[in-house]
Design a protein around this ligand. Sequence first.
Ligand code: DGL
Length: 371
Amino acid sequence: MKKRLMPIVTFITALLLIAVGCSQSPQAKEAPHQTKNGSSSKKGNLPNIKILATGGTIAGADKSKTSTTEYKAGAVGVDSLIQAVPEMEDIAHVSGEQIVNIDSQNMDNKTLLKLAKRVNELLRSDDTDGIVITHGTDTLEETAYFLNLTVKSEKPVVVAGSMRPSTAIGADGPSNLYNAVKVAAAPEAKGKGALVVLNDRIGSARYVTKTNTTATDTFKSEEMGYIGTIADDVYFNNIITRKHTKDTDFNIAKLKKLPQVDIIYGYQNDGGYLFDAAAKAGAKGIVFAGAGNGSMSDTAKKGAVKAVKNGLAIVRSTRTGNGAVTPNREFEKDRLLASNSLNPQKARILLMLALTKTDDPERLQTYFNEY
Ligand code: DGL
């Protein structure tokens, strides 16, 4: 009887040993693991990624699991965001810091400066290899573009958000955060300026924009394309030709305040009085979201020309969502500048920074041509 049982016991023991071996993660066995574009790193040698949380839907919560539009944004702290994705520890040493916890429509110049200064401070240290910023999606592209122009480091800076709150069925926050950390940990992400990661895509802060009010694939880069994708590994497909990070003129280290720049929308029957109102309220620059190729009605143009004569910088952008606004002689002679392919909200970010360097229209236009 005993003799007959022996082979069975040996077989079961062997099966158990195989099963234990299989259940260990590759990292636990100290095998190299793939992180990006084929490069690999050892568990003990993982990069240090700092997550700076600012609020938004990714930190949103509601009592109902089915609610995706009615919830409180910025309800959950950075520690909870990190705890929700323990898998990040396999790809990086992750730590968090709460900068603010707000809806991103309340992101203001003061907080932007605070955030960018903190990013620069952290990246100066050898202890930080990359940064992930969690952010509400409504104004995410503005913060990302501001960082793209003001971070003085080649280390990866990745801005991530989500469209569904953390409590929703199918919440996209955890996977977006995981992917953002993966990108920030990728050596290939260095020197590419600020990146935006949502929905398995990597966008350049210069080109990506929010295109849909509620869908998870809202961030698009229609004209220029994404610069990369995440499909377990990180793949970069495009290069950024515009000046960013270390190559910009902007140093915010000592900057206490940004000049006021407002946006005026162009429409049928609009009037020049909005330019007067902005100037009166302290604007140093105005971005005009014109129809088509930054066109202006005669009345709006009158208001804009008056503003230029009073020392304001006026930049024509477009409400169309795509394409470049070209200088055109008709506007050049009145020193009405062209935003190139920057949408109005990003043109505002660049104009604020450019006005800290110069108010000369020609030099201002150079920034729009190069950045
Ligand atoms: N109020 C929005 C914001 O914080 C929530 C939208 C979102 O984060 O997706 O930008």
